[in-house]
Design a protein around this ligand. Structure first.
Ligand SMILES: [Zn+2]
Length: 103
């Protein structure tokens, strides 16, 4: 499933799929982040929020829509092991939300 991906790319995909990722909703559970909320809006900063909802990333999301060739984004399709991971990985880099994003 991860044959053509680098180790950092595999790591980000696994983090997105499990929710164990450097977003505030997860980091706050361990007192690493002061709040579970998104730094851009007053919503829990979770994987669904980042990928599908947060207005701060609408431009990155538009590029994602173009890359996956559908406006009907869902976690199921974006993070499916059968889906092309490149568009999601590009989105993550576009957001700049993960530190040291060297995908
Ligand atoms: Zn947000």
């Amino acid at each position: 499933m991860y044959d053509k991906l680098s180790r950092p790319q595999c790591s980000v995909l696994t983090q997105l799929r499990t929710g164990h990722i450097g977003l505030n909703a997860y980091l706050h559970r361990f007192k690493i982040a002061p709040t579970p909320l998104c730094p851009h809006c007053t919503t829990l900063e979770s994987v669904p929020h980042l990928l599908l909802i947060c207005p701060a990333y609408r431009h990155a999301r538009l590029r994602l829509i173009i890359r996956v060739k559908t406006a009907h984004l869902s976690l199921r399709t974006l993070l499916s092991p059968k889906s092309d991971a490149a568009p999601v990985l590009a989105f993550m880099c576009d957001t700049g939300r993960l530190p040291r994003c060297e995908l």
